[in-house]
Design a protein. Sequence first.
Length: 187
Amino acid sequence: MNVASAVPQKYLINLNDFYEIATKHEDKRLELIEGEIVDMGKIGNKHAACVDSLNYLLTIQIGQSARVRVQNPIHLSDLSEPVPDLSLLRFRQDFYKQAHPTPNDILLLIEVADSSLKYDQDTKIPLYGFYQISEVWLVNLKQNKITAYWEPQQRGYAQQHDFKPGEQISPRQFPHLKLPVSEILGL
């Protein structure tokens, strides 16, 4: 008896399909990652407070040198449009009204992780490296640290460094900005 085994098939979608699906599910936080839709789930209190803190700290210090965007999409390709928690972008007068920012526009991406930690580490950080995002921070609310990633490569980043409470972190593009890790983490 010759039994044929079924091989699961993946069907990737593009941005147009994603937008059509996303408009039908506006109550969900959806991202398109390499052709697959990811439901990011609800944002908890600690996560939201951390994003608000980062937004405040960056906005008051950055002025008109760059744009700070909170939980808005970035366009990496026709198969990937993630929604990082914060993006520090090249200054544009139109606030990116015509199109979402692309890798050339991005100075720094920040992901805040509690329940999404494994996904952010294993999927999003390598994705950002692949698309040549020069600097990414992962705010790890579980371990109370911020990991900064630099020197993007095909599968992630060549350099990373952990910043802990009591230390300060600065974006490489704006070394004069001093952000206290304890304040970002809400400690």
